[in-house]
Write a protein that binds this ligand. Structure first.
Ligand code: XMP
Length: 315
């Protein structure tokens, strides 16, 4: 049985011993990095510099929420606006593994700039067990390179500290509740963000469509769950596919893009069952998406694949 209080006091003690100089941490807004940041801040206080990179792949309103959450814990946060660098680095990159490598590497480069500014020796990361298990540790095949593992370049000069390395998602959520972190009940979100939900060309416009559609899925599913019409899935989102199809808009032929809605039940992300969402709710989502994205999206589909054989994200 996982004991959150015991884990917290042991982790804080270990971090005090591991970190004897300036440390930086990448705060994505996700529960993993938030828990790692609060633990490290409890251990070394002002030695820890928390950096939030706005990659251009965050969800709607996310930057503001992350800033508010750190302010509530009395932790200083530096926001780096790096969207232009990300879009430039990813121009023409569509293959999922190549995309993840570019994103992971740029993520570290952006931190190296911050590291130089504060003269950091340590990089604290919120890596959890599924991140490195699925990134091809030991005899396992690489399924996908997770953001905080696969992208690490070999010449990286910071010593990596990973206090959550042995934990699974449900345990991290328990820690978040014990630490009073407000993202505790939020659904998981991948490190590379909306970039892995935008299949095909990564442009600000296409990512903007995904951002809007993810917000619609979240709003509708959360409202329906609140009304007792469905169970809230473990994870639920929209992705933009590199597929065009023929539709009709007014009386005119349209040749638009496709949004897939995905929702799954899972314990820890290692396996998942697709969620059976009532058709009336799916229909509402579909109508809202095609209205909000007139001229770009003319078809919405629902993914009914379990993991395995699918994964939760599409890339
Ligand atoms: P998959 O798509 O591999 O995802 O079935 C399992 C869970 O992990 C999330 N995910 C990531 N989390 N960095 C992360 O921290 C990543 O690069 C990453 N890719 C996927 C995914 O959203 C799901 O919850």
């Amino acid at each position: 049985m996982f004991d959150a209080e015991e884990f917290i006091s042991e982790a804080v003690e270990t971090l005090k011993q591991q970190i004897d100089g300036i440390a930086i941490i990448a705060c994505s807004g996700g529960v993993d990095s938030a828990v790692a940041a609060v633990l490290a801040h409890q251990a070394v206080g002002g030695l820890l510099h928390c950096v939030y990179v706005d990659t251009g792949f965050m969800r709607k309103g996310e930057t503001e929420q992350v800033e508010a959450m750190f302010a509530a814990h009395g932790i200083e946060l530096t926001t780096v606006h790096a969207a232009d660098r990300y879009f430039a680095a990813l121009e023409g990159v569509t293959e999922p593994e190549a995309k993840r490598k570019v994103i992971g590497e740029l993520f570290i480069r952006v931190f190296e700039d911050e590291q130089v500014k504060v003269d950091a020796k340590y990089l604290v990361q919120g890596t959890i067990a599924p991140d490195w298990i699925e990134s091809g540790g030991g005899v396992r095949d690489t399924i996908k390179s997770h953001h905080n593992v696969g992208g690490l370049p070999e010449d990286m000069t910071l010593a990596v500290v990973e206090p959550l390395r042995e934990l699974y998602k449900d345990e991290v959520r328990e820690l978040a509740r014990a630490l009073g972190i407000s993202v505790a009940e939020r659904q998981p979100f991948p490190g590379p963000g909306l970039a892995v939900r935008t299949l095909g060309d990564l442009t600000p416009d296409r990512v903007g469509v995904v951002r809007e559609c993810c917000a619609i899925v979240e709003e509708e599913f959360e409202a329906a769950a609140e009304r007792g019409e469905m169970e809230l899935p473990w994870q639920y989102y929209a992705a933009l596919l590199p597929v065009r199809s023929v539709g009709v808009h007014g009386d005119v032929r349209a040749y638009g893009e496709t949004i897939v809605v995905r929702a799954v039940r899972s314990m820890d992300g290692m396996s998942a069952r697709y969620s059976e969402i009532p058709h009336s709710i799916l229909q509402k989502v579909s109508t809202r998406i095609t209205n909000a994205c007139k001229g770009s999206v003319n078809r919405v589909v629902y993914d009914i694949t379990h993991k395995p054989p699918g994964t939760i994200e599409w890339e």
